[in-house]
Design a protein around this ligand. Structure first.
Ligand code: SF4
Length: 466
């Protein structure tokens, strides 16, 4: 009776952990980007070391990359000097150490947590690491995927292994189906609201139940992506036919008899019936509403029809409300907004763009609202353009950009101005995350699009229902 975590862990343990020492864990896939890798490559250079498994390492650039076409393809200089420097350094490091890089102009480039699945590299049973906390996204495939620090990036580059203690297991059961107008983003925000931002600390979350099984792969990635916002080490969903259908045609997924062999192996990965979890919680998926945050961490969240809590009497809550400029007890619905961002590794996939476009078709965003739509990868951009989604966004008054992290983190100059309210489909609403003084409200693509049209926080079901 083993959990999925236990099965994957045991297959990757090079040296088991003891009371005094962590386990040595083998890494199947190491994703690298421009922000957390420079120091690690410098250490390798200083020590005269090579990258142990370049064939299991893939680099892309996303955090600092410009999203303006003229800077990506038109020869215009990258506006932020530090961003340009990081991009140039990654190119140099990858060339020197023989690591494959999807560079700025590669048609396969994109946000690191979007291109792994897109290429078919994120697979069930794998251990996946990256110097970025939202590596938990890849757990949607039944992988053990987690973020690592800069020093650990160096360890993995040099040895393809990591020192790790096995986390505990936490089953999140979601019964029934999500209602119309309620998305995977609402589901994960509701889960974080339920267990809190440190509710998953020391655990790997395994999402289970009818509502989870009914999600598409893109929706499952949205859910696993935000596991880290509940404090968890990682999030996972057991692989099934939905997973295999998504992976089968991907360019770097196994082919032919190897595919058959792997699928047979992957079918044995889900947690055994009766396997014991360290913790367990159950939510009713049918009762979840569109959710939106009102504070400065993702646990400060409410159903969109709800109110900002009346009082909590704690300093963190008071400080958050002062930063956000909200009053305790007031409704979140109808709060005026200035910016809408659709994108990020949480909600920058094709289905997210389709959802937003479904509301924006034939509509125009409210006067004074700036809306930025940033696909998660160049492949997504191409597919969206083939469907005419870019035209819908542009006709509605939104800006359509090249792929990257963009306004999720604002490292490339795509910022929200101080004091402005942004409804964002990204995953973090910390103070200053989208720019100094920016006020971020996290929500789904449907809620973001509805809010852009009305110029205030809007329940998407009002528009969906005509
Ligand atoms: S989109 Fe945001 S959360 Fe995702 S990798 Fe980029 S900066 Fe990190």
């Amino acid at each position: 009776m083993k959990t999925m975590l236990q099965k994957i862990w045991e297959r990757h343990e090079v040296v088991p952990e003891t009371a005094d020492t962590p386990a040595v864990l083998y890494v199947d896939l190491h994703l690298v980007h421009e922000v957390t890798s420079p120091q690690a490559f410098s250490v390798l250079r200083e020590q005269g070391m090579k990258v142990r498994r370049p064939d299991l390492t893939l680099a892309t650039m996303d955090h600092s990359t410009p999203t303006r076409t003229e800077q990506v393809f038109g020869g215009a200089p990258i506006a932020i000097a530090s961003a340009a420097q990081q991009i140039a350094q990654l190119e140099k490091n990858c060339a020197e150490f023989g690591v494959e890089l999807l560079n700025l102009r590669s048609e396969l480039r994109g946000i690191v947590h979007i291109i792994g699945p897109e290429l078919g590299l994120s697979q069930p049973g794998k251990t996946v690491v990256c110097g970025d906390s939202h590596t938990s996204t890849h757990g949607a495939f039944g992988a053990l995927a987690f973020g690592i620090g800069t020093t650990e990036v160096g360890h993995v580059l040099a040895t393809q292994c990591l020192l790790q203690r096995r986390p505990k297991t936490f089953a999140i059961n979601v019964s029934n189906r999500l209602a119309a107008g309620v998305s995977a983003k609402d589901l994960i925000l509701a889960i974080i609201g339920e267990i809190g931002v440190s509710g998953g600390t020391g655990h790997v979350l395994e999402y289970r139940g009818e509502a989870v099984r009914a999600l598409t792969m893109e929706e499952r990635m949205t859910v696993c992506n935000m596991s880290i916002e509940a404090g968890a080490r990682a999030g996972m969903i057991a692989p099934d036919d939905t997973t295999f259908d998504y992976l089968q045609s991907r360019p770097r997924a196994p082919k032919g008899t190897e595919w058959q062999r792997r699928v047979a192996e992957w079918r044995a990965l889900p947690s055994d019936a009766g396997a014991r979890f360290d913790r367990e919680v159950t939510l009713d998926g049918e009762r979840i509403e569109p959710m939106i945050t009102y504070g400065t961490h993702p646990g400060m969240v409410t159903p969109i029809s709800g109110h900002i809590p009346a009082t909590r009497g704690d300093a963190v809550f008071d400080k958050a409300l002062a930063y956000m400029g909200f009053q305790a007890g007031e409704p979140i619905r109808n709060q005026p907004i200035n910016v809408v961002f659709i994108g990020s590794c949480t909600n920058g996939r094709l289905e997210d763009l389709r959802a937003a476009a479904s509301l924006l078709r034939g509509q125009h965003i409210a006067r004074g609202v700036q809306m930025l739509v940033v696909p998660g990868s160049q492949q997504i951009k191409k597919a969206a353009e083939a469907e005419g989604l870019d035209t819908i966004f542009r006709d509605a008054g939104a800006e359509w950009r090249e792929s990257g992290c963009s306004m999720c983190i604002g490292m490339n100059g795509d910022n929200v101005a101080s004091g402005q309210y942004s409804v964002s489909t990204s995953n973090r609403n910390f103070e200053g995350r989208q720019g100094p003084g920016a006020r971020t409200l996290l929500a789904s693509p449907l809620t973001a699009a509805a809010s852009a049209i009305r110029g205030r926080v809007t329940d998407p079901r009002e528009l969906l229902n005509g």
